[in-house]
Design a protein around this ligand. Structure first.
Ligand code: PLP
Length: 373
């Protein structure tokens, strides 16, 4: 039996076959001397829109800015509330605070750990301007159901797709069901750049224009140094766009590899009472950004796995509403989020992970939880 350690995430493996193309892309940008905006950014925006079958894609500097710029473009600001899951990466809430609005935290379904129309309904108030639906861990959430509910009070749905590039809900790509879909190309995401990057997709031409304007110094489309609104600087670099253009054609295959690994994990762990899987909604086609399970005594299980050479992580050990500067923000009862967070454990998951590695990770996990049970 091999004793090589199994990393939590190995970004190098899937990328190995792309080295020549990536080097060439990098060189083309150097030669073009177009580093901000220009043909690589335009080509990637076009490809990202086509990938989703949607009219507009706008590259931005990162996923957090994508959310912030969409909220700004929608006119969300002081006096408004935005419903946000308590179980998400902090960036979802940060973006709301960045525009001067207030995140209102809601709970998640105990089985999928995603927001549902029911959990969102509890957070809707007469100040709610928007709901940010997060497709967490790579699994699509019920955007149509949540959008129908939000529409009753005039609120819109923004999708946070940072962990779910390529996921679908009833066959519809995530990011295309709400008013806008925001993503991150942070290197560890399913489609990652060689640094920070992000994008917004939308069917709404005026929202796309507003996002581009706010992210480019509030610039007029006609005169470069006329600034009709106060903007900021949040643009996708040409070097990142060139890398993303090389990697995008492989996203589907990488997601397929993640799905195969997830199925192997699930069938291997399904029978074990001490390991609770995250339920997959039949309407969702997940892209398994993370392989999250729940176990008792998580910190000790994690330490045992570390000692056995199995890399793991926790997403997320402290829910948003318990972070120091966030405790005063409004929230509904978030008991499912609080119940799950001490038990969450993310197992090794990345394209290129081998069947043997998944087997060994499962063997070690089962052995440690049994030893404790
Ligand atoms: C990564 C991530 C973001 C933020 O993306 P950055 O590019 O790091 O700013 C937002 N939401 C979720 C759910 C994420 O996982």
């Amino acid at each position: 039996m091999s004793v090589d350690p199994i990393p939590f995430l190995d970004l190098g493996r899937a990328q190995r076959e792309l080295h020549a193309g990536l080097d060439e892309a990098w060189r083309s940008v150097t030669r073009s001397a177009r580093f901000v905006g220009g043909p690589f950014v335009e080509a990637f925006e076009e490809a990202w829109a086509v990938e989703h079958g949607i009219e507009h894609a706008v590259g931005v500097a990162n996923g957090t800015d994508a959310l912030e710029l969409v909220l700004r473009g929608l006119g969300v600001g002081p006096g408004d509330e935005v419903v946000v899951p308590a179980n998400t990466f902090i960036a979802t809430a940060e973006a709301v605070l960045a525009v001067g609005a207030v995140p209102h935290f809601v709970d998640v379904d105990p089985e999928t750990l995603l927001v549902t129309p029911e959990t969102v309904a509890e957070g809707i108030t007469d100040r709610t301007a928007a709901v940010i639906v997060v497709h967490l861990y790579g699994q699509a959430a019920d955007v149509p159901g949540i959008a129908a509910l939000a529409a009753r009070t005039g609120a819109v749905v923004v999708e946070d797709c940072a962990q779910a590039q390529g996921a679908r809900w009833d066959g519809r790509p995530v990011g295309t069901m709400g008013v806008a879909g925001c993503t991150s190309f942070y290197p560890g995401k399913n489609l990652g750049a060689f640094g920070d990057g992000g994008a917004v997709i939308t069917r709404d031409a005026s929202l796309a224009r507003a996002v581009r304007r706010y992210g480019d110094h509030g610039r007029s489309e006609v005169f470069k140094y006329e600034h009709p609104v106060v903007g900021r600087n949040s643009r996708l670099d040409a070097l990142q766009a060139a890398v993303l253009l090389v990697k995008l054609p492989h996203l589907e295959d990488w997601n397929f590899q993640r799905r195969a690994a997830a199925e192997q994990y699930r069938s291997r762990l399904a029978g074990d009472e001490a390991v609770e899987l995250v339920k997959q909604d039949p309407s969702s086609t997940s892209v398994h950004h993370l392989m999250v399970v729940r176990v008792e005594d998580r910190d000790r299980v994690q330490a045992d796995l570390t000692a056995a050479g199995i890399g793991t992580a926790v997403h997320y050990p402290v829910p948003c509403h318990q972070q120091k500067d966030y405790t005063m923000l409004p929230r509904t009862c978030v008991e499912e989020t609080e119940r799950s967070s001490p038990r969450l454990l993310s197992l090794p998951m990345f394209p290129g992970i081998t069947r043997d590695e998944v087997d060994r990770a499962c063997d070690e996990l089962v052995a440690t939880v049994r030893a404790r049970g």
